[in-house]
Write a protein that binds this ligand. Structure first.
Ligand code: CTP
Length: 403
């Protein structure tokens, strides 16, 4: 999954021959999971059709302040469009539009949206080489960059005029790569390697039965996704769950038993700077696993169990500079028990879930946690979606590692 997944992207298209490439750009952005809306200047429709772009983006294409084709002409609200966007990408950006943007001219919908936008604005210039080098164009670039717009430099090569030089719009794949890199560079967890455990473990009794628990893995997967969206490289060690995750920054390692989770976690611990252990690891495992299915007999069945190794406590013993986070699921004396666990396992932070709280715990999409830090800060949170809880946990970690 790309960092662009789930992002709302406005693509502004202006009247240059490179507009034909915008269709590919829309496709790539959509393929990367972005929600794309296209705004065209009126003359750009000579180069690429709104029908192509609306089909590829699966959204309406905007080019004027009203919907002319519609009998009940509707006002296209430029402010609403601008505020909808997480990113505004203008590609191709002609010398004419760039000059207008640099000088606050507002004679079409695209420019009105530009002036209303609060999100980052990227522009990919496209023009002939002499236009690209002209002092007025260079002045537009420098003004736009001074206004914190982000330039995606034009490439060199053969131009539509037949001349060879700089001015060719960056290829759609280069534009996507540039934007992804740029987003990542500003992310708070960029360059950090994070190890996360999630889900239950299953301890075999015989070839068809196991001891397990109700953990769905949702909390750990939410932490993994949120950490990756903040730029972290994540190793997610997951017990058996029905969740899927696909993200270029997340490596999933599937395990079944507590022992396998122990091994996988220890194999990756050295390389990481943060470890968040949210898995509900079985505390006991059968001493003997039957080779054949155990047949039912009269009377009761006794099974002998042995303790599994505590992964979190073991990492607490060997940790060097890693920031170590554990979870605690408590039903009584919650804060005191969680604090004791934090000390006993040598943690930097513990996330307390209480089964007594409504909307907290296994299988739900929400959770209610209290975050307790090594320096004894106790921060209770209301019931929130697990993605939001993940964000709160990661914000705490970021604050502490930068403290
Ligand atoms: N944990 C672990 N390995 C285990 C058991 C637990 O890594 N074998 C981790 C969990 O992932 C969680 C934390 O330890 O982050 C707390 O687990 P929990 O089961 O709540 O607590 P325990 O330490 O097992 O203590 P108790 O069952 O007595 O509450």
């Amino acid at each position: 999954m790309s960092i662009l997944s789930g992002k709302r992207i406005l693509l502004g298209i202006t009247a240059g021959i490179a507009a034909y490439k915008s269709a590919f750009l829309v496709r790539l952005l959509v393929k990367n999971g972005a929600d794309v809306k296209v705004i065209m200047t009126p003359s750009s429709k000579e180069f690429v059709t709104p029908l192509t772009l609306s089909t590829l983006s699966k959204n309406e294409v905007y080019s004027s302040f009203t919907n002319e084709d519609d009998d009940n002409a509707q006002w296209n609200n430029h402010v609403e469009l601008a505020l909808w966007a997480d990113l505004f990408v203008i590609a191709p950006a002609t010398a004419n539009t760039l000059s207008k943007m640099a000088n606050g001219v507002c004679d079409n919908l695209l420019l009105a949206v530009y002036l209303s936008a609060k999100c980052p604005v990227y522009y990919a210039p496209a023009m002939d080489l002499d236009m690209y080098k002209h002092p007025t164009t260079l002045a537009s670039f420098s003004k736009l960059n001074e206004f914190e717009n982000i330039q995606i430099p034009a490439a060199s090569g053969e131009l539509a005029s037949g001349l060879i030089g700089q001015g060719r719009m960056a290829e759609p794949s280069e534009i996507v790569y540039f934007i992804e890199k740029n987003i990542l560079k500003d992310l708070p967890l960029r360059g950090k390697k994070i190890l996360i455990t999630a889900g239950p473990t299953f301890e075999a009794i015989d070839p068809v039965r196991f001891i397990g628990n109700h953990s769905s893995g949702k909390m750990g997967y939410a932490v993994a996704e949120t950490a990756a969206s903040m730029g972290a490289e994540v190793v997610l060690i997951s017990g058996p769950v029905s969740l899927q995750i696909e993200h270029s920054l997340i490596k999933v390692i599937k395990v079944t038993t507590a022992h396998e989770m122990y091994e996988a976690t220890h194999n990756h611990f050295n390389d990481c700077s943060i470890a968040i252990l949210s898995a509900a690891v079985a505390d006991f495992t059968p001493i003997n696993v039957a080779n054949q299915k155990i047949k039912k007999k009269e009377g009761s069945l006794t099974m002998e169990l042995k303790k599994t190794k505590d992964i979190l406590a073991s990492l607490g013993k060997i940790k060097d500079k890693q920031f170590l986070v554990g979870f605690a699921l408590e039903t009584e004396n919650e804060i005191e028990n969680a604090k004791t666990k934090l000390l006993r396992k040598n943690l930097d932070l513990i996330v307390l879930n209480s089964l007594n709280d409504k909307g907290a715990g296994f299988k739900t999409d929400t959770n209610k946690v209290t975050i307790i830090t090594k320096d004894n800060k106790i921060v209770p949170y209301p019931v929130k979606r697990k993605r939001e809880v993940a964000f709160d946990i990661l914000q705490h970690i970021i604050k502490q590692i930068h403290a």
